[in-house]
Ligand binder design. Structure first.
Ligand SMILES: [Zn+2]
Length: 603
């Protein structure tokens, strides 16, 4: 390709995909087109971030890779959705993760980074996320840091209770839009917060799961056709679990298909997968349970517990949606328009869809940005609330539509209580700099060097790591680190913020980590040891002043150490309940990451 044609290349490439999964057929805008950033692709497809490898380990077979740059394919906007064509399966696993990556890059204002290092292997694709669309014959899908990729299984639908599927029909996880986004999100979180893969308490694995579901569900509201249809059939009440039938059934109940009401796919996750497993329902439902502040005390399985977080975020999302569209509904009613599910005025439906899509995009941005404001390890749901509030405050100090109030209320209703805060007020939830770091005499971290628009060079990385580690060491006490234990700076990124004067400020976020070896049983010096980590996320402004120090302190090795006690209790409890090795404490020195393979098994 000459340089000339390169410059003429369109900025986006349209590719067809299922909005949900094959079981939806063509209903509700299920055949959609995703416009991804245009890049030259090798057969696979292989792009800048991803490499699709269609190797089936269960059958030891390679499938021929699809060439999306083939003019015949390009002209059609990619292959048409098909359950039986493996080349379409390969295609599906390219635009969907690409779109999720783009969302993260947009929200974070920087290039995406993976959690694996690539190693020294001669493989030219070692820095790309590997995607295995048909990895194994199993009702499973997961992200693996060891495999540096996403693994999707396939399995026969239940013979006795297959829902909308044919009994015994083959179900492919790689054709479920939700599952692909969910797994890609695991990989992206791992690239930002490496230690979130260490299960240090019930909230940590649940956070990974819940967050991945939140991103997948919010994405639904960007599918224009599906959204518009749901808005029309629910009279704008997009959070309702059911959408109205095409025609109202007679008194005796529905007798033909158009009289049946259907479930609202926007608030469900991976319906085909769940039904095919005989669950009679979608894999997970974001809504439909009443806020219950006791759930946190009862639910410990990562997906169930994560669902509490999902419900809280969606409660806030729908609250803002209702608030922001109330005037539209009023105007419509005053003008004599009907606003029921039977015939919502198309103009009104369009306006509502636009508003819902916009708010969903903003919520995705707030949630993803909040990752930068999370502690480096051992995240609790309450920490995430504080991160959300701080991240959003930093970007939009004036909260005209009360997004933050909606988050706070929704989290409060579900019993999510942040630690060490005086109240649920916005001021007390916002992170603040440590006392010692306030004022003109406070120490500053000078010399950190980065380029806003590109990833740092290895030399820059090394220099920054030394400067930041030294700053942590010299100010250990004030930053919540334990003096006398080495401090390692683990990641540092530029962070963008809009100052109250409207100008864009660039800041730095970094993780300062420490670790120590402790016995599982504090009273038994013979008991197994595990690596107990502590750390602080610091946010520095351009001058090197500490704006926030978000701490998970190592504390002391004694029984006053609340975090250590909780972590020990968690290991005991999980070992007793599951009998699986998933939750065993990480072995010394190198933490054992969460095993998503085991967590996702059967889901
Ligand atoms: Zn997951």
């Amino acid at each position: 390709m000459s340089d000339n044609t390169k410059n003429d290349a369109p900025p986006e490439r349209p590719l067809k995909a299922y909005a949900f999964d094959p079981s939806q057929g063509r209903n509700l805008g299920n055949y959609m087109t995703i416009n991804v950033r245009n890049e030259a692709l090798q057969p696979g497809p292989v792009g800048k971030y991803l490499v699709v490898i269609d190797y089936d380990a269960s059958n030891d077979t390679y499938y021929e890779p699809v060439n999306l740059d083939d003019p015949a394919v390009l002209l059609r906007g990619g292959l048409d959705p098909s359950e039986s064509d493996p080349r379409f399966h390969q295609q599906m696993t390219y635009p969907v993760p690409s779109d999720t990556i783009r969302r993260f890059e947009f929200a974070l204002g920087r290039k995406a980074k993976w959690g694996f290092r690539g190693g020294r292997s001669p493989d030219p694709n070692r820095y790309r996320l590997r995607i295995f669309p048909h990895a194994m014959q199993e009702a499973n899908a997961y992200y693996s840091r060891d495999l540096q990729g996403l693994v999707f299984g396939y399995f026969p639908a239940s013979e006795t209770d297959a829902g909308a599927n044919l009994p015994g029909q083959t179900i492919f996880a790689c054709l479920s839009h939700d599952i692909i986004v969910h797994e890609t999100t695991h990989a992206l979180i791992d690239g930002q917060r490496r230690f979130f893969m260490e299960p240090t308490g019930a909230d940590t694995p649940a956070f990974h799961e819940g967050f991945a579901d939140i991103v997948a569900l919010l994405q639904h509201f960007s599918y224009k056709e599906a959204l518009l249809e749901v808005i029309q059939k629910t009279g704008g009440l997009i959070y309702r679990l059911n959408v109205a039938p095409e025609v109202a059934p007679a008194d005796g109940g529905p007798v033909i298909a158009p009289e049946l009401s259907t479930e609202n796919p926007l608030v469900q996750l991976a319906r085909q997968f769940g039904e095919a497993m005989g669950m009679r329902a979608a894999l997970r439902q974001a809504l439909g349970t009443q806020p219950n502040s006791k759930d946190l005390e009862k639910l410990f399985e990562p997906h169930d517990r994560g669902a509490i977080l999902v419900a809280a975020v969606f409660d806030a999302f729908f609250s803002v949606y209702v608030r922001k569209t109330r005037d539209l509904m009023r105007i419509a009613k005053a003008g004599g328009a009907t606003v029921g599910p039977d015939d919502l005025h198309p103009d009104l439906a369009n306006r509502l869809a636009k508003e819902a899509a916009k708010i969903a995009g903003q919520f995705a941005n707030i949630c993803i940005r909040a990752l930068d404001y999370c502690p480096p390890i051992d995240i609790l749901f309450g920490d995430f609330l504080r991160a959300l509030i701080t991240a959003d405050y930093d970007l939009v100090p004036n909260d005209r539509y009360q997004y933050r109030a909606a988050f706070i209320e929704a989290f409060r209703l579900r019993g999510i209580r942040p630690q060490n805060v005086a109240s649920y007020s916005e001021e007390s939830l916002r992170w603040c700099p440590p006392e010692e770091m306030k004022g003109v005499t406070a120490p500053v971290c000078k010399g950190v060097d980065f380029d806003v628009f590109s990833l740092p060079t290895p030399a820059q990385q090394k220099r920054n790591a030394i400067i930041l580690s030294l700053f942590g060491k010299n100010n250990a006490e004030a930053l919540g680190l334990r003096p006398g234990i080495p401090v390692q700076a683990h990641s540092f990124h530029p962070l963008h913020r809009v100052a109250p004067d409207g100008g864009l400020r660039v800041e730095i976020v970094a993780e300062l980590m420490q670790q120590t070896e402790v016995h599982l049983d504090p009273n038994d010096q013979q008991s197994e040891k595990f690596t107990f980590r502590g750390g602080t996320t610091i946010v520095l402004n351009r001058e090197g002043q500490v704006r926030y120090a978000i701490q998970k302190s190592l504390g002391k090795d004694d029984d006053q150490n609340e975090r250590l006690r909780r972590q020990r209790e968690y290991y005991y409890a999980m070992d007793a309940i599951s009998g699986l090795t998933t939750y065993l404490p990480p072995p010394p020195l190198d933490g054992r990451p969460m095993n998503f393979n085991l967590i996702h098994r059967g889901y």
